[in-house]
Write a protein that binds this ligand. Structure first.
Ligand code: ADP
Ligand code: MG
Length: 404
């Protein structure tokens, strides 16, 4: 079946292909879909790619010259990766910044830098950093114990968001606390009772979530992509609309804030900036991602140079490409798993028959509820046209065993 087949490929292919000494060698910490799409962009530019992942099988492993199996936080595994490549980059922000600093201290090239990762990977430190740079962020408070939630609420009001400082994604580190009665359950749900560090944030009354991808070179040169709207349900991104259907002055403000935010953390590479457009019409930064980002997947088909290619260019010190869109509108719809099942994309052929739908299947062995399994992008003369095409194709795909 699918899983066995892929494992066989790894065994057959790995020993035969070894990173060359001629091509630029890109090392990626993590082997998920972001690494896979980065690797594809790197391969197009003649790079060899080496992946470090915890498991033998990962979406990016099939593309890599070879992959190393090891923990991201294992300094030895990171050193081994660094010693085999020209530059190390990351597909997530969960790698311990101290281990990353050790790579830099040993003379290896790492982008984004350990300093950037340290400023971003702890959401509390990140908000402090952005606030210190004069950027608009939601009000936030440290909470060291359960009792301090009520103290925070005295300043932030109810409801508030309780958030994990680290290792959170797809809303898994967030809980909305509506009243004092909710506090204990939220504290426990996020692991506060077992020592996980949390903080409180004001609940933002936003009308729209916006995001901007910015790619910055080590020389400080940078390019920005369109301001997009991201549509989240249950804290998970479902749809991205490019450009965001907001007035020009709002888009200009979001673009400027995003640019300043990545400078504040010394970004090198593609960074995602998530923002809220508040009911009052202001922009506040929700969070940064020190990496390529789901809100920029549309750039593969919709822009002259994708967020992935520009990331590769930036970390290798190459000139950055144009972020101009090639169509008036583009929409990306995520393909999310609905239950624990195999990663088989049932209905793929029907989706491929939808004219104009660009289907991406990440090739994960297993699906799960809310798990990002792929996405569909469509271009159009209008957002509605692109949305209809992308939705139609996406609705035809389900993950799991093929139906009889
Ligand atoms: N302060 C807030 N007020 C209202 N909604 C929020 C707030 N913070 C986060 N959210 C909602 O939860 C989603 C995920 O939160 P985020 O902090 O971006 O976590 P993650 O790291 O999981 O992406 C956001 O995209 C937004 O929809
Ligand atoms: Mg987020």
């Amino acid at each position: 079946m699918h899983e066995t087949y892929d494992r066989d490929i790894i065994k057959l292919v790995q020993p035969a292909r070894v990173a060359s000494a001629i091509n630029p060698r890109l090392g990626i910490v993590g082997g998920g879909q972001l690494a896979k799409m980065t690797a594809l962009a790197g391969l197009q530019l003649g790079c060899d790619v080496v992946v470090l992942e915890r498991n033998n099988y990962s979406p990016a492993a099939n593309l890599a010259s070879h992959s190393l199996v090891g923990d991201w936080d294992n300094p030895e595994a990171l050193m081994k990766l660094a010693s085999q490549v020209d530059v190390v980059t990351l597909e997530n922000e969960f790698v311990d910044a101290a281990s990353l600093r050790a790579l830099e201290d040993a003379g290896y090239r790492l982008y984004p830098t350990a300093r950037s990762i340290a400023l971003v990977q702890d959401k509390f430190v990140q908000k402090q950093t952005l606030a210190a740079a004069g950027l608009p962020v939601p009000r936030f408070e440290a909470v060291a114990n359960l009792a301090e939630i009520e103290q925070a609420a005295a300043k932030l009001g109810w409801p508030l968001l309780l958030k994990a400082r680290r290792n959170a994604y797809d809303g898994k580190g967030n809980a909305t606390v509506r009243s004092p009665a909710d506090a204990a359950a939220a504290w426990k749900k996020l692991g506060g009772d077992t020592g996980r560090e949390l903080f409180a944030e004001e609940f933002c009354d936003f009308t729209t979530e916006l995001a901007v991808m910015v790619t910055r070179g080590s020389d400080g040169a940078s390019v920005s992509y369109s301001v997009v709207e991201t549509v989240q349900h249950d804290h998970v991104c479902h749809v991205v609309k490019a450009p965001a259907p907001v007035p020009t002055d709002v888009a200009a403000q979001a673009a400027e804030v995003a640019q300043r935010a990545v400078v504040a953390v010394g970004a090198v590479g593609s960074f995602g900036v998530e923002m809220f457009l508040t009911r009052a019409g202001g922009i506040v930064v929700n969070e940064l991602a020190p990496r390529v980002h789901n809100s920029g997947h549309y750039t593969i088909e919709a822009c002259l140079c994708s967020q992935f290619e520009n990331h590769v260019r930036a970390v290798l010190g190459w000139p950055l490409g144009s972020t101009a869109m090639v169509a008036p509108a583009a929409v990306m719809v995520n393909l999310l798993g609905t239950a624990k099942a195999t990663g088989h994309p049932h209905g793929l052929e029907r989706a491929l028959a939808v004219p104009g739908a660009h289907v991406h299947i990440y090739g994960k062995a297993m699906s799960g509820a809310g798990r990002k399994m792929g996405h569909v992008t469509a271009l159009g003369a209008t957002l509605n046209e692109a949305l209809a095409t992308a939705r139609r194709a996406a609705s035809l795909i389900q993950f799991g065993k093929p139906q009889p």
